[in-house]
Design a protein around this ligand. Structure first.
Ligand SMILES: Cc1cc2nc3c(=O)[nH]c(=O)nc-3n(C[C@H](O)[C@H](O)[C@H](O)COP(=O)(O)OP(=O)(O)OC[C@H]3O[C@@H](n4cnc5c(N)ncnc54)[C@H](O)[C@@H]3O)c2cc1C
Length: 484
C-alpha cells in the first residue's frame, strides 16, 4: 500500500507531509527516547500511576501537594526541556512547539495538556503583562531545566464551560496594585501549577462575557502561604497522568492581564492556542491508532492470509491514510495561520478572522476524526481491542476527551457560524482555498454557506451540523493538495 511506511512513526509522517522540518535533530532524539523509555512509563501511569492529592502535612497544615510516580516527572520535564514552551517565545514561532506536540502525543496524547496550558499562561503574560509582572514571572515559565514552572488556564466553573458569560461566578476585588479572587473552578488541569491564568469578574463589572477579565494567579501568596486550594482531583477516563482538579480561590492574590474590559479577548486567545494544540494532538493520536491497527493487521491471519490482505480491510486502511493526510493538512493550516497572528491584539485583522474559522473547523474535524479512527482501530483488533492489556482501548478513551474540552464540537460549529456571519470569514476561506485548487465544488459550497447565513437564527443553528461537516471536509481535502 502506498504511504504505508509513513504511518509507522510520527516523524516519518511529518516528513512525508512537510518535507522541510525545522529542529529535525531534536525531534529525532525525542522520538528515540519515547520508543526506548517513554512509552512504557506512559502506559504504566495510565493503568496504575495516576496522581493523588495530599491535603495536609503530618502536623495538620494545609499543603495541597500532588504526588506523582517519579517517572511521570521524567516524561513531563523532558518536553519542557526540549522547548515545548520556551522555544515559542525565544524563537518567536509556534512551529517548534506544535511539531514537538505532534511527536510527543503520538506516544502520549495526555501529556500535551500540561504543555498547552503552560503555553497558554506564558503567551498572555508575555503579551499583556506589565513589565514588572513579566520580569517577576516569565523567566520561571521559560526555564530550560527541571526547575521550570508549570502554568494553567482555569476558566470553567460548575455551571458550565460553554457559556462562560453566565457560568463564571468568581469575583475579583481590587486590593492596591493587585486583586483578590474568590470562587471555585470546577475543571482545572495542572491543578498544582505554580502560575495560572484565571477568568473572573471584577466586582460591579457588566454581566455576560464582556464583564470577564483575565488574571494571573500564583501558587503562593506574597507571604509564602498557599494562594489557592485544591479541593480534589478528578478520576477521568483519559489524560490520566494529568492532575485535573477542583480549585478553591479564597481571596487569592491575582494580577490583572491587559485591561479589565478586554478579558474576553484574552480568554479567547488562550483558547485558540489550545484548540490548535488539540487539533495537532488529535491527528497524532489518530495516526497512532492507525499505526497500531496496521501492525496488528499485518500479523493477524484469518481465512488463510493476514487480515490486511483482505480487500475490504486494505481499502479501509487506504481511506484512513488519505483521511489522516487531509486532517493533518487542516490542523497544520491552523498552526500556520496562528503562527502569523498570535501576537495580534483586538481589533484583529482579517487574517485573524480567517484563522479563527480554520481553527474551529480544525478543532471540530480532527477531534471527531480521532474518535472515529480510534473506534475503528479498536475494531481492527477484534476482541483484543477492548482489553486494557493491549492498548487500543486507551486511544479511544483519549480521543473522547479531545472532542469535549477546549469547546465541544457543538461550540466549534456555533462559533464557526458566528465568525462567518459577523466577520465574513468564509469569504476569506474560499479565496484561500480557490488559490490552492479552484473547483466547482468550492463555488457550490460557498453559495451554500451564503444561503445558510441568510436563514432565520433558529434554523441556522438547527441545520449547522451537516453544513459545518461538509465545509470542514472540503477545506481539509483542498488544503491537502498544498502539502503534496
Ligand atoms: C479532562 C478535562 C480537563 C479539563 N481541564 C480544564 C481546564 O484546565 N480549564 C478549564 O477552564 N476547563 C477545563 N475543562 C473543561 C472543558 O473545557 C469543558 O468541559 C468544556 O468547555 C464543556 O463545558 P461543560 O463540560 O461545562 O459542558 P456544558 O457547557 O455544560 O455543555 C453541555 C453540553 O451542551 C452543549 N451545548 C452548550 N451550549 C449549547 C448550544 N448553544 N447549542 C448546542 N449545544 C450546546 C455542549 O456542547 C455540551 O455538549 C476540562 C474538561 C475535561 C473533560
Amino acid at each position: 500500500m502506498t504511504g504505508l511506511n509513513e504511518l509507522r512513526s510520527p516523524l516519518s509522517f511529518l516528513q512525508s507531509r512537510l518535507h522541510d522540518i525545522p529542529h529535525r535533530d531534536m525531534l529525532d532524539t525525542e522520538e528515540r527516547w519515547w520508543k526506548s523509555e517513554g512509552v512504557a512509563v506512559s502506559h504504566a501511569i495510565d493503568r496504575a500511576g495516576t496522581p493523588w492529592l495530599r491535603m495536609f502535612d503530618r502536623l495538620g497544615k494545609r499543603v495541597d501537594e500532588i504526588l506523582y510516580p517519579r517517572e511521570y516527572q521524567t516524561i513531563l520535564k523532558r518536553g519542557y526541556r526540549s522547548g515545548v514552551v520556551w522555544r515559542a517565545l525565544e524563537e518567536k514561532s509556534l512551529i517548534p512547539t506544535y511539531l514537538l506536540m505532534y511527536d510527543i502525543s503520538f506516544h502520549d496524547p495526555g501529556i500535551c495538556c500540561p504543555y498547552t496550558v503552560s503555553l497558554g499562561s506564558a503567551v498572555p503574560l508575555a503579551k499583556y503583562g506589565s513589565a514588572e509582572l513579566q520580569a517577576h514571572f516569565l523567566p520561571q515559565l521559560l526555564r530550560k531545566d527541571d526547575s521550570v514552572w508549570q502554568g494553567a488556564t482555569w476558566m470553567t466553573e460548575i455551571k458550565g464551560g460553554s457559556d462562560l458569560g453566565a457560568a463564571v461566578e468568581t469575583i475579583a476585588r481590587p486590593a492596591g496594585d493587585s486583586w483578590l479572587l474568590t470562587g471555585d473552578k470546577y475543571f482545572a488541569s495542572n491543578a498544582n501549577a505554580k502560575l495560572a491564568v484565571v477568568a473572573a469578574r471584577p466586582e460591579g463589572a457588566a454581566a455576560g462575557v464582556r464583564g470577564l477579565s483575565l488574571f494571573l494567579v500564583p501558587r503562593y501568596r506574597n507571604d509564602g502561604e498557599l494562594n489557592y486550594f485544591i479541593r480534589r482531583l478528578k478520576d477521568k477516563i483519559a489524560t490520566r497522568s494529568v492532575p485535573t482538579g477542583e480549585i478553591e480561590l479564597r481571596s487569592s492574590e491575582g494580577y490583572l492581564l491587559g485591561s479589565a474590559d478586554s478579558g474576553i479577548y484574552l480568554i479567547l486567545e488562550v483558547l485558540n492556542l489550545s484548540r490548535v494544540a488539540n487539533s495537532v494532538v488529535s491527528v497524532a493520536l489518530a495516526q497512532r491508532a492507525i499505526a497500531d491497527a496496521l501492525s496488528y493487521a499485518e500479523h493477524r491471519n484469518a481465512f488463510g492470509k493476514p487480515i490486511l490482505d483482505h480487500p475490504l480491510l486494505r481499502h479501509q486502511f487506504e481511506n484512513r491514510l488519505n483521511a489522516l493526510r487531509s486532517a493533518f493538512a487542516l490542523a497544520w493550516d491552523s498552526v500556520q495561520l496562528l503562527n502569523e497572528v498570535w501576537m495580534e491584539r483586538a481589533p484583529y485583522s482579517d487574517r485573524y478572522h480567517l484563522f479563527r474559522l480554520v481553527a474551529h473547523l480544525a478543532k471540530y474535524w480532527t477531534a471527531e476524526f480521532a474518535v472515529d479512527t480510534t473506534k475503528w482501530a479498536m475494531e481492527v483488533h477484534g476482541g483484543l481491542g477492548v482489553l486494557a492489556e493491549y492498548g487500543a482501548e486507551r486511544w479511544l478513551r483519549e480521543a473522547m476527551i479531545l472532542a469535549i474540552w477546549e469547546g465541544t464540537s457543538h461550540r466549534q460549529m456555533l462559533d464557526g457560524l458566528e465568525v462567518m456571519e459577523r466577520k465574513q470569514a468564509h469569504k476569506l476561506l474560499f479565496r484561500r482555498l480557490s488559490e490552492i485548487a479552484p473547483s466547482k465544488e468550492l463555488q457550490d459550497m460557498e453559495s451554500e454557506v451564503e444561503q445558510h447565513l441568510k436563514l432565520p437564527p433558529e434554523q441556522r443553528e438547527e441545520l449547522a451540523e451537516p453544513l459545518f461537516r461538509r465545509l470542514a471536509a472540503l477545506t481539509a481535502e483542498t488544503l491537502v493538495r498544498k502539502l503534496k
